[in-house]
Write a protein that binds this ligand. Structure first.
Ligand code: HBI
Ligand code: FE
Length: 281
């Protein structure tokens, strides 16, 4: 059983997780007994605070799916969620020590396995944490894995990612993931609502992303999104808005190889830049 090397992600600090626990595919077993009462409490408080903010800001798809996570009072057991998730969409969640390299990440998604970080933030990180923790991964991502359209999109992204890795195009494809799965907005009820996990698990960005006059909100267009740089340590400056979930699946069916070639000829777009003629919503 090979050991997984440590991953630094896009940060210059060593990551929190213990990578010596991980198998060669970076997965590790959730050590449920190791969670302290204080950690269960952190989960409960994060869940309560975040769920109070959802109405009018989160997509109804997310709100409808959230109860599938189970009891909010304690950190859930992965096996218990998997009993329901596998029946709903054929997905399962697997534990990981934190961020993992792109190829093993894509490979898990392509197998309908979603990596969930198994540790929770410290109380002093209640407001903001740099790395994804179990709250971001479970609360932000897992509810929409119960949605059949999102479930298929994320698998297609994993399959596309494996091809992108061969073509040296991970960066372009990762921008699509960032601006959809992590920071996506969707039109609903005559306004915009959040479906991206980075927004849904953030106390400040949920309100900011849907209601602040500061960021640009543009209709999602594939080429534009894949050219757009992003910030990992501030609220987003630009959000891309989809009309409905089906639009994501249509994107996933794109022939990406020629698109990457075409995009390499074009300049990237700054995180807050607008191109000529663009009209934010
Ligand atoms: N690893 N655990 C984990 N979670 C992620 O969201 C993640 C990752 N590794 C790479 C990654 N995301 C992104 O770079 C992908 O878009 C490729
Ligand atoms: Fe995430």
């Amino acid at each position: 059983m090979g050991q997984a090397p440590v991953v630094y992600g896009q940060s210059d600090r060593p990551p929190r997780g213990d990578y010596t626990r991980a198998h060669a595919d970076y997965t590790c077993t959730q050590d449920y007994a190791a969670y302290t009462e204080a950690e269960h409490d952190t989960y409960h408080h994060l869940y309560e605070r975040q769920s109070a903010l959802l109405a009018g800001r989160a997509s109804q798809h997310f709100i409808d799916a959230l109860p599938s996570l189970g009891a909010k009072e304690r950190i859930p057991r992965f096996e218990e969620i998997n009993d329901r998730l596998f029946k709903a969409t054929g997905w399962e969640i697997v534990g990981v020590p934190g961020l993992i390299p792109e190829v093993p990440f894509f490979s898990l998604l392509a197998q309908r396995k979603f990596p969930v970080t198994d540790w929770i933030r410290k109380p002093e990180e209640f407001e903001y944490i740099v790395e994804p923790d179990i709250f971001h991964d479970l609360f932000g991502h897992v509810p929409l894995l119960f949605n059949p359209v999102m479930a298929d999109f994320i698998q297609a992204y994993g399959q596309g990612g494996l091809k992108a890795a061969e073509l040296g195009a991970c960066e372009m494809l990762s921008r699509l993931y960032w601006y959809t799965v992590e920071f996506g907005l969707i039109r609903e009820d005559g306004g915009v609502r959040a479906y991206g996990a980075g927004i849904l698990s953030s106390v400040g960005e949920l309100e900011y992303s849907v209601n602040s006059p500061q960021p640009h909100r543009l209709p999602l267009q594939l080429e534009r999104t894949m050219r757009t740089l992003y910030k990992i340590d501030t609220y987003q400056q630009t959000y891309f808005v989809i009309d409905d979930m089906q639009q994501l699946l249509a994107l996933a069916n794109t022939e990406f190889a020629p698109l990457y070639e075409q995009l390499r000829q074009q300049p990237t777009v700054g995180a807050r830049e607008l191109l000529a003629g663009e009209q934010p919503l």
